[in-house]
Design a protein around this ligand. Structure first.
Ligand code: FMN
Length: 351
């Protein structure tokens, strides 16, 4: 079930949706290590930060080879900066650059970026056109159904961005006003799919492996991007593949779920290593300790953020969530994960 975006071939029509704060490189790698995920999209990256070369922004655009094909999502409302950002992302080796036209957060919308671009389709298309002219890699757009129930214009915007050379669009079938309330409108996603020739991906409420298949089979969309369902169950893609192959769905064992969290923690820690080593060479050892402490706090916060979704999928998940939220150190975190997921099979298994 291959699909294509421009010249980029996706081995599977299922991808990991961009999620700010969640789909960091460590999480994306772990998802890719299960089968079935044909595309990962980074967290959104600021075009302002990219053109100014801000380190923190560039970190959001980092990825590893095992994640390919990688789509890097950028947000912004300024045509020249968005075109320059596309060039920067191409030079960083992105396979695809995706434009955020879905973010409803006022902080983004007031800069005429995110979903507020949908209110000015002409300007939105001009931005996409400038980006397409600036790079060779495919430029795609991720949009919502519209700004509010009176301004549902995803089909029109999809046609406009197709006309200026976009290679694909993803539609999350809710308005900005809805945020995450109600349900994603897959009838509208089908309408968009019928309105353009470029591939349309649908997004919203695919939380069971069967939903992924059903949407690809029945909506006219060429693929689906899965968000929250993958935070709860990162195996959702490989389970969808099981169904495609006509096999029964493989249950994920408790130990595998625990292993995922431990691996996530280790990969996040690995990302902080360079930073700590760099400081070790330039600053006195007391500062190195402070940096390491800051890194530990960052890792703990990342684990807390993931666990608020991840623990919803199984028995006693709320207890685990509370324990992780109360953890004060990485040692605490490891102990909590160990005792929740591996208690029945002994401590050596989690090492
Ligand atoms: C925590 C969170 C962060 C998100 N961040 C982004 C983002 O940065 N860019 C974007 O285009 N969509 C973002 N989304 C929207 C998702 O990509 C997706 O379209 C939406 O959640 C609907 O799909 P789902 O029901 O599978 O979660 C975010 C969603 C969540 C839950």
């Amino acid at each position: 079930m291959q699909t294509r975006i421009g010249e980029v071939t996706l081995a599977h029509p299922f991808g990991l949706a961009p999620m700010a704060g969640m789909t960091d490189s460590a999480f994306r790698r772990l998802v890719k290590r299960q089968a079935g995920c044909g595309l990962v999209v980074t967290e959104m990256v600021s075009s302002e930060g990219l053109v100014r070369g801000i380190d923190r922004t560039l970190e959001f655009a980092e990825y590893t080879e095992e994640e390919r094909p990688v789509s890097i999502q950028v947000f912004g409302g300024d045509l020249a900066k968005m075109a320059a950002s596309a060039q920067i992302l191409e030079s960083l080796g992105a396979d695809i650059v995706d434009v955020n036209m879905g973010c409803p957060v006022p902080k983004i919308a007031k800069h005429h970026a995110g979903c507020s671009l949908m209110r000015d389709p002409r300007h939105a298309a001009a931005i996409v056109g400038a980006m397409v002219r600036a790079v060779k890699i495919p430029v795609t757009v991720k949009m919502r159904s519209g700004w509010n129930e009176n301004e549902i214009n995803a089909p029109e915007l999809a046609r406009r961005v197709e006309d200026v050379g976009a290679s694909g669009v993803t539609v999350h079938g809710r308005t900005a006003k809805q945020s995450y309330a109600g349900r994603s409108d897959w009838d509208l996603i089908s309408t968009v799919a019928r309105s353009v020739e470029i591939p349309v991906f649908g997004s919203g409420d695919c939380v069971e492996p069967a939903h992924l298949l059903n949407r690809v089979d029945n909506s006219g969309a060429k693929g689906v991007l899965v968000g929250r369902g993958a935070l709860r169950n990162p195996w959702i893609f490989s389970q969808a593949l099981d169904l495609v192959a006509g096999n029964t769905l493989r249950e994920v064992r408790l130990e595998e779920r625990g292993r995922f969290l431990l691996d996530y923690l280790d990969l996040l820690l690995g990302e902080g290593v360079d930073e700590v080593e760099g400081f070790r060479h330039t600053l006195p050892s007391a500062s190195t300790t402070a940096v390491a402490r800051g890194r530990d706090r960052w890792v703990i916060n990342k684990l807390r953020a993931l666990s608020s979704w991840y623990t919803k999928g199984f028995e006693n998940g709320s207890r685990l969530r509370q324990d992780i939220n109360a953890a004060e150190s990485l040692a605490d975190l490891r102990r909590i994960i160990q005792s929740f997921f591996f208690a029945s099979i002994g401590p050596r298994a989690a090492a």
